[in-house]
Design a protein around this ligand. Structure first.
Ligand SMILES: NC(=O)C1=CN([C@@H]2O[C@H](COP(=O)(O)OP(=O)(O)OC[C@H]3O[C@@H](n4cnc5c(N)ncnc54)[C@H](O)[C@@H]3O)[C@@H](O)[C@H]2O)C=CC1
Ligand SMILES: CC(=O)C(=O)O
Length: 367
């Protein structure tokens, strides 16, 4: 199979979808890998390293899209890339369809098979291709939150840790999955008081066991969310219903009950966001203010730390890429149920139930 790795074109996206060892593995298995010139630069990987590993370096994205039977990316295809998608091609990347109807319709019309990293689900219910980037984003959310709480960045001027004699910040984390747990651990490590909310009581029991004493677990209902928001200096949005649009947990009217110039980092923005006033932002312009609350809603947070994120991502994507290349989509997905759950759109049909329900489109299974 010919496998193409184009450069990412999203704003400040420094990740690349394959590292040289991936090229070596695919080449050894008899496949050809095309890598766009400069694709690895943001992660510190030179064209020479890819070429030594067996890749053909291709100067432009258009040629990669045209020649490849499977495209491996990091972020969803942007509108500039839509005309390059070809019927019958497999595209393996994050898609987050439920947050973007135009993308969903463009992919349906293109006739590609869209395999979304974020809905690949293993037998234990884990999302193995989302987990490492959620670890990055969860940890980063506290770094970013700490920064935007500073007054010169328009925040309320609070140091997360406090100091002897002055209390620490109140951090509220909505959702105790991978993002939420990583955010809570980081915030607690800095000395903040953390309230971690989730609807999954088994998950709360586990978190209550493993988190430090300055993390309090609370069942996520409207009453408890409002109570937590009233004290919050920093709120992290970390809720997910896999494949679906994020449930809205904070309404616009709730912002008025929060302390002035508190900061919201809505990590869940890639699936639509869990705050009514959230809208996607970029690393170049990460924040905006609504009702005196600072909002940070960057859809590719891990892209800013490419040297960490690229390795975290490719550690988990490569085994699936190899299965797809070796067996083709149909056999690979029949042999691996986790992979089958990643197929969101197959040749003009929606094959993920949550995406179909979000846009009231028909659903059918891929094979
Ligand atoms: N902006 C960015 O750059 C990035 C965004 N993300 C996004 O972050 C979000 C969270 O991802 P993960 O932590 O990996 O998901 P996860 O599935 O590990 O955790 C989600 C948690 O939300 C909980 N939840 C569901 N409904 C809830 C409610 N009403 N109240 C409270 N909790 C509720 C679930 O029980 C679960 O524990 C996803 O949308 C993911 O795509 C992840 C990485 C990077
Ligand atoms: C999960 C995701 O969309 C990202 O890492 O950018």
């Amino acid at each position: 199979m010919i496998v193409g790795v184009p450069s990412e074109i999203k704003s400040d996206e420094y990740r690349v979808a394959m590292i040289p060892v991936g090229v070596e593995e695919l080449t050894r298995a008899g496949h050809k890998v095309l890598v766009q010139a400069g694709a690895g630069t943001g992660s510190g990987i030179s064209d020479e390293r890819y070429a030594e590993s067996g890749a053909e370096i291709v100067p432009d994205a258009a040629t990669i899209w045209k020649r490849s039977e499977m495209i491996i990316k990091v972020k969803e295809p942007l509108s500039d890339e839509w005309p390059s998608m070809q019927a019958g091609q497999v595209v393996f990347t994050y898609f987050h369809f439920a947050a973007d109807e135009k993308l969903t319709r463009a992919v349906l019309e293109s006739g590609i098979t869209a395999i979304a990293y974020e809905t690949i689900k293993d037998v234990r219910g884990n999302l193995p291709l989302l987990t490492p980037m959620s670890e990055v984003a969860g940890r980063m959310s506290i770094q970013e939150g700490a920064k935007y709480l500073e007054r010169p960045f328009q925040g309320r001027g609070i140091l997360l840790s406090g100091i002897p004699g002055v209390p620490p910040a109140e951090v509220v984390v909505l959702g105790g999955g991978i993002v939420g747990a990583n955010a809570a651990k980081m915030a607690a490590g800095l000395g903040a008081n953390v309230t971690l909310l989730d609807i999954n009581l088994d998950r709360l029991r586990y978190l209550d066991d493993v988190m430090p004493k300055n993390v309090t677990t609370v069942f996520s209902d409207r009453h408890n969310i409002l109570k937590a928001l009233a004290q919050a200096d920093l709120v992290i949005g970390a809720v997910l219903i896999p494949g679906a649009r994020t449930p809205m947990l904070v309404r616009r009217e709730d912002l008025k009950k929060m302390p002035h110039r508190a900061v919201i980092i809505d990590v869940a923005i890639d699936q639509g966001g869990c705050i009514e006033t959230s809208r996607p932002t970029t690393h170049a312009h990460p924040t905006y203010i609504v009702d005196d609350i600072v909002h940070y809603c960057v859809t590719n947070m891990p892209g800013a730390v490419g040297r960490t994120s690229t390795y975290g991502l490719t550690n988990v994507t490569l085994p699936y890429a190899l299965q797809l290349a070796n067996k083709g989509v149909e056999k690979a997905s029949r042999d691996n149920i986790a992979l089958a759950q990643g197929i969101n759109i197959h040749q003009g049909r929606v094959t993920n139930q949550a995406v179909a329900e979000t846009f009231k489109l028909g659903y059918s299974s891929a094979f």
